[in-house]
Design a protein around this ligand. Sequence first.
Ligand code: UT7
Length: 331
Amino acid sequence: MTKITAAITAVGKYVPDYILTNKELETLVDTNDEWITSRTGIKERRILKEEGLGTSYLAIKAAQELIQKSNIDPTEIDMVILGTATPDLFVASTAAYVASEIGAVNAFGYDLQAACSSFLYGMSTAAAYIESGRYKKVLLIGADKMSSIIDYKDRATCIIFGDGAGAALFEPNTEGLGLQDEFLRSDGVGRDFLRIEAGGSLMPTTQKTLDDKKHFVYQEGKTVFKYAVSNMAEVAAKMLTRNNLEERDIQWLAAHQANKRIIEATAKRVGVSSEKVMMNIQNYGNTTSATLPLLLADYENQLKKGDNIIFAAFGGGFTWGAAYVKWAYNS
Ligand code: UT7
């Protein structure tokens, strides 16, 4: 029997129109373009400004772009997984709403939360459903409206994050293309260093939590940086050694866009040169669950069938991992 692998067969993206530049951030907090650029690589991010629109709006737009571009019938989608740390609502699944709005009326959907690793973990989930033969079309979306949980008076976080969404369709492949290998990790030691303290079951919302600004993202940047650099680089390198790949066998590195210095450190460890490193952090900042699919959408025209791509991500929790994918189509 022919082995079924799970291939990405289409991608789509959406970022809001409003551009928050380093210059504008200089008017909000004590920072400057030079510091932000040299420490993070970020020049601007996109912000969803319109009231009444949540993460679902971003996700729906990205999914609709994918559907239009690839000409698929949304009623054929079996499953919608939404990687997000900023669901529209607590309790009500945002993915369920997204699936209905895009016309995926025969699908079921749920949210997957692993902070900045949500899309990477989602790739594993989507691929497992395809490889098992259980479903034929799994739509994986990574979307976050980070501006909804950022304090624009906190220079440690407001310079980093942005809003955006990307989507990827997973389908069965019999040519051996798609997901080849993965190594996913987590370590609860991370939860003190990158988190929103209140509003969950551990510390429900009170007037005091609101007054103390405990509903915004808190990050101890230096510590997260250290863990991110060493762990992301290690798992990415593991994809090569475990699959007997040399640097020359790798066409692309798609690493979570949290900090240009972390991405470059990962590239160095894997041994790939800068032209093989997908990079768009300068345009969007850290969009959490959306960074990996936004990279795929932005680089789609340059990707060729059979290209070997190493994915890597690191996020709150801590959560992290890497994956090795053989690209499945020429666009
Ligand atoms: O996506 C999930 C995973 N997240 C990450 O991977 C993020 C990991 N962390 C980082 O990317 C970096 O730690 C940051 C970009 C958040 C911070 O960069 P850093 O090089 O670690 O800076 P730092 O926090 O060590 O601060 C260095 C200096 C400090 O001043 P002193 O104490 O040296 O005088 C800060 O007060 O820079 C100062 N600083 C700033 N200056 C201007 C901190 N934030 C800013 C700012 N503008 N926005």
